[in-house]
Ligand binder design. Structure first.
Ligand SMILES: CC(C)(COP(=O)(O)OP(=O)(O)OC[C@H]1O[C@@H](n2cnc3c(N)ncnc32)[C@H](O)[C@@H]1OP(=O)(O)O)[C@@H](O)C(=O)NCCC(=O)NCCS
Length: 215
């Protein structure tokens, strides 16, 4: 079963007492105030997700590639923006991949700047058949690709740019991405992955969760 937690209003959670955790203090020693607030909010969500699973553990610390290091047997993922943090966790015995992302609606100026690094025009045109408007489509596609990257990173172990997967199809409250290259010996070009999504106000939440039974 998935255990998911999100927190709104990142700055309010700054009052919580996790600031005495030595590992987190060390991990955040060089972070700016805003960055630290988001990081801590993500860790609070992570701890709550773990607790919901019945796992009592230290906060997941960042690994060498910035990925959160979860307790043995747990898969998890964290995302945050200036107002919201979210984390999900589950048992590795039941799921083989888990990734989450929250993304505020991308404004037109930024959309223009980053579009080319996120996707081909054809992908957006395809997505716009189901998601109205360039801003919504780009924000969703960006978020979906980041959720995919986070979900596969523990198995792939390396960086993949945004052209390593492409929009393939839209389904109810989900879209399907297709890998455009081999990510490793198991995640080969052509493989399709469903990304669930939901809008809350102007934020989109995307999640990839792949159960071992294929459901
Ligand atoms: C790593 C990345 C996905 C994070 O996304 P972001 O929009 O910057 O930030 P988010 O708030 O959504 O997520 C940040 C959290 O992701 C997690 N994260 C970072 N690197 C990660 C990795 N390699 N694997 C899994 N999770 C990772 C961390 O928990 C991080 O929060 P923290 O630094 O406070 O611990 C992004 O910075 C990146 O490098 N993207 C390029 C790779 C990519 O997405 N390719 C698309 C392939 S189709």
């Amino acid at each position: 079963m998935l255990s998911g937690v999100s927190i709104s209003a990142v700055r309010r959670v700054m009052d919580e007492s996790l600031f005495s955790d030595p590992g987190l203090l060390y991990a955040t020693r060089d972070m700016s105030g805003n960055r630290r607030a988001e990081f801590m909010a993500g860790r609070i969500c992570a701890a709550r997700s773990l607790r919901k699973m019945g796992v009592v553990a230290a906060f997941p610390l960042p690994g060498r590639n910035r990925q959160p290091v979860w307790p043995t047997g747990v898969l998890g993922s964290i995302s945050h923006c200036s107002t919201t943090a979210v984390a999900v966790a589950t048992a590795q015995s039941r799921y083989c991949a888990l990734g989450v992302d929250v993304e505020p609606l991308i404004g037109p100026a930024i959309a223009q700047q980053i579009q080319r690094s996120i996707c081909r025009d054809e992908e957006l045109i395809g997505l716009e058949r189901s998601v109205p408007g360039r801003k919504l489509a780009l924000t969703l596609l960006f978020s979906a690709k980041e959720a995919l990257f986070k979900a596969l990173f523990p198995q792939v172990g390396g960086f993949k740019d945004f052209y390593a997967a492409e929009f393939f199809a839209c389904e109810a409250r989900s879209l399907v991405l297709r890998l455009t290259q081999d990510w490793n010996s198991q995640w080969l070009a052509g493989k399709k992955v469903k990304v669930r999504y939901a809008w809350r106000g102007e934020d989109v939440f995307s999640a990839v969760y792949l159960s071992r039974t294929g459901n």
